[in-house]
Write a protein that binds this ligand. Structure first.
Ligand code: ADP
Length: 498
């Protein structure tokens, strides 16, 4: 029995963590555990986590199903209070949780702390959102009819999240799901169960009733699969790979579940000749390299006016070549490892393949050894002369790799930018308002930036992509209510007077 999750200051021994089901921390029914290691140093075990299976998923869904009967009827003000309290609890733990996130995921400590802070802000935002109007009053053809809509919760929702934002993404799915009266079974990525658990712990301590939120850790096949197949799970909110998203779309379609998908990107930053190049280079490098390029909104293509392409590429090479790669807990580190060795090998082999094309490698180009040999490190990498149709120009690498594509005009830049299957985020750097407006209108992307990097998501506005990046629905902001509720229209007539 795992009584409650130990805190990071509980000692140096490697701890074992359980699932959270029906307000109880408990091991997998089978007793099986899985190990999680620090991507910056594979000798360091972060913890042992429940390697759950069908029986655990079943228990979590049953708890969520039972809890839904009363949670759906609870006051949104009560829910808001719990979210506020969870925000305060998590806020008091930002230094610890941010550090654990960095140890577990590999992004720099600044980013780990920043992301944990973001999760607190998201909890607060949705505490406020819970108290916003949830319906509309309409005129009726019958003057005596009170005609209105309300938004009601969906039921038991599956939240399935990736490892690259191990606390912000769970927060922006779970907070609105709960705020609007749903109950949740949460399956985090196998690479980041500890951060997921810290988030759930804050909500549990804030006083969520039993069964309203359940955490089940384990593999995609043993936990994710039975979870999305269960008919009691009426909706699925998923962020992850395009391939898994395509599978889940089919599963949901077959059994009529509501589904929300946030998938990949191949995000362009267009740099026009009139741009402030110093500013643009800083933003493009940040967009491409922060979090080691492992953001769905990361910049992977710099589409640059040929007249400034050489100068801009030189600036990029200088900046990227100077990035400090290393232990993400060290204050001077700018770029940490990838999530694991498999990811690092995959990115390195994509880079090797790109070296054999007409693209020219300028900086980086493979895995890093020496002092970094124990971690999943890949050198920040820059290619130029990338063909828009090549694999490097089309395929999401999910690593610290940027390709420069020189173009002759703004029209060509937009055509190249749109010539991929994705449409998540896009940037343009220019001083020309007319061109900025044309770009904002013509670019096929759900999130558009003018003179700022492609990454970044504020909680009060919709987040999501066009084309292959999403399933048309949006997350965060008011859009979250669209997904996590359904509309009821009420015609209320007085009884005929006697
Ligand atoms: P990532 O590279 O972020 O792990 P994935 O799409 O593989 O991308 O995984 C995202 C999340 O979806 C993870 O929590 C993973 O375990 C889960 N997952 C993967 N495949 C399935 C599946 N077939 N059914 C349900 N969940 C899945």
């Amino acid at each position: 029995m795992v009584a409650s999750p130990p805190r990071s200051d509980a000692g140096t021994d490697v701890e074992t963590f359980g699932n959270y089901i029906n307000d109880e921390w408990r091991p997998a029914a089978s007793g099986a555990t899985m190990e999680n290691r620090n991507p910056a140093n594979r000798d360091e075990v972060i913890g042992h986590f429940a390697a759950s299976g069908q029986e655990d998923v079943e228990a979590a869904i049953a708890a969520a199903d039972e809890a839904y009967r009363t949670w759906r009827l609870s006051s949104p003000i009560t829910r808001a209070n719990i979210l506020h309290k969870a925000a305060n609890i998590l806020e008091s733990r930002i230094p610890d949780v941010g550090r654990e996130l960095t140890r577990e995921e590999g992004k720099t400590l600044k980013e780990g702390i920043g992301e944990t802070t973001r999760a607190v802000q998201i909890l607060r935002y949705f505490a406020g959102e819970a108290q916003q109007p949830s319906g509309e009053h309409y005129p009726s053809a019958n003057p005596n009819t009170l005609l209105y809509t309300t938004r009601e919760p969906l039921g038991v929702v599956a939240v399935i999240t990736p490892w690259n934002f191990p606390i912000a993404i769970p927060a922006w799915k779970i907070a609105p799901a709960l705020a609007f009266g749903n109950t949740v079974v949460f399956k985090p990525a196998s690479n980041t169960p500890l951060t997921a658990l810290r988030f759930v712990e804050a909500l549990a301590e804030a006083g969520l009733p039993a069964g309203v939120l359940n955490l089940v850790t384990g593999s995609a096949s043993k936990v994710g699969d039975p979870l999305v197949q269960d008919p009691r799970v009426v909706a699925i909110s998923f962020t992850g790979s395009t391939e898994t998203g395509a599978e889940l779309r089919q599963t949901a379609a077959k059994r009529g579940a509501k589904i929300q998908l946030e998938l990949g990107g191949k995000n362009p930053a267009i740099v026009l000749a009139d741009a402030d190049l110093e500013h643009a280079v800083g933003q493009v490098v940040a967009g491409a390299m922060m979090s080691t390029g492992q953001k769905c909104t990361a910049t992977s293509r710099a589409i640059v006016d040929r007249r400034i392409a050489d100068r801009f590429t030189e600036l990029l090479a200088d900046r990227i070549g100077g990035l400090k790669v290393g232990d993400p807990l060290a204050a001077e580190t700018q770029i940490g490892p990838l999530i694991d060795d498999r990811a690092a090998d995959r990115v390195a082999s994509e880079v090797d393949a790109a070296k054999k094309t007409s693209a020219e490698l300028l900086v980086g180009g493979g895995r890093l050894g020496g002092a970094l040999e124990r971690g999943a490190f890949v050198a920040p990498t820059l290619f130029t002369g990338v063909e828009p149709e090549s694999r490097l120009g089309q395929h999401e690498l999910f690593g610290p790799v940027l390709g420069v594509i020189p173009v002759d005009s703004m029209e060509e830049a937009i055509a190249v930018a749109n010539q991929v299957k994705f449409g998540l985020s896009a940037s343009i750097f220019t001083r020309d308002l007319g061109r900025a407006l044309t770009f904002a209108r013509e670019i096929e992307a759900g999130i558009v930036h003018v003179n700022s990097e492609t990454a970044g998501a504020e909680p009060q506005v919709p987040f999501g992509g066009m084309k292959g990046s999403s399933s048309y629905s949006r997350e965060q902001g008011k859009a979250s209510r669209e997904f996590f509720t359904q509309v009821k229209t009420v015609y209320m007539d007085p009884p005929p007077s006697a």
